[in-house]
Design a binder for this molecule. Sequence first.
Ligand SMILES: *Cc1c(COP(=O)(O)O)cnc(C)c1O
Length: 435
Amino acid sequence: MPQYISIMIDASTVSKSDQFINLEDQFGAHNYHPLPVVLERGEGVFVFDVNGKRYYDFLSAYSAINQGHCHPHIVGALVEQAKKLTLTSRAFHNNRLGEYEQFATAFFGYDKLLPMNTGAEAVETAIKIARKWAYEVKGIAGNNAQIVVCENNFHGRTTTIISFSNDPVARKNFGPYTGGFIKIPYDNSEALEETLKNNPHVAAFLVEPIQGEAGVYVPSSDYLKKCKAICDKYNVLLLADEVQTGIARTGRLLASCGNCSCADKNCSQTPEVKADILILGKALSGGVYPVSAVLANDDIMSVIGPGNHGSTFGGNPIAAAVAIAALEVVKEEKLAEKAHKLGELFRAKMNEYISNSLIVKQVRGKGLLNAIVINDHEESDTAWNICLSLRDHGLLAKPTHGNIIRFAPPLVMTETQLLECVGIITETLSEFEPL
Ligand SMILES: *Cc1c(COP(=O)(O)O)cnc(C)c1O
């Protein structure tokens, strides 16, 4: 009898959830430390575990599920396309890719799109384009181009990307590291100017408009605008990694909110920055399929020719159909406006709670990308225990960096649901307040 069956029927002593957790533990690499909950179904703002218990999802797969779980319009597009044609590779054309490229470039306001699958691949793609642009357009001498990045960045997990991370867990024992990166403090445009002034070999500045993984660090409101002006002054490309912040999450179509078809009326009050290279992933598919993309105008994207870059699955017809549907949902359901409105409400309610709290120090964020900071040191397990208790109360969230809990529900949430969630969160937190 195959071993997995023997484990599955060992129900007398082990709970149903534990059986699935044990399988992952025994046969999967231990590269994650998941919250102990086993999910089998999702619908809108909810997920359901193997025992049928319902939870509000306050992670949204790290903001991939902005459109809600299993959105019928997106899943419908997936199923329809999957029955017709799934993959051609880019050795041949397919009848969906061009349509998607036209749709997405108009949606975000760029000339061209380069399709990939994961966020890390899109970041790698942007780095390659920026380097090639530096040699062929800017005129930097061969193999000398530098890319400026920020401390505490998160851009993915490839060998090159972890080379410029400063998270010891992500880096340690994965060297030798890829060179060509200069690290400066985040939210510090003076440091950027200083670096560019003294270094003629800089090709690009790679930045997250809000540092999500680092703990939802929102920079000062004019930071990106200043960075863009400095980049322009020194002929350096601004690369915006909007894999997590993009596609309505922060209350605007893009957190950097350049010349986009943003639905949020408040947008004009905020600094408008158009990145030279825009990096998207996660919610580009609504979490239905791995779809990522790099967008740029012709003067930059034209450095890429046949054979310079590619991916077997990048630009496949399912990805194209899914991404169009996912973006249609963002627009039709006004998700940017919703995220903006619900985010204001969430932070107001949390601040009400925090004014009388000893356990929560701060709430911060933009739109529905928020985090609370627990009043405890980074190595404490308080945030983890709060997340376990939230789970028991029917809401799923995960600590990031020890004492920070990120709250990022799907954007299709109603105001009533959000208020119910605020109730769950504040009730749970109050259990942890010192007496
Ligand atoms: C998640 C994320 C990535 C990496 O995306 P993957 O699909 O996991 O490779 C890159 N940048 C940011 C800002 C992210 O949040």
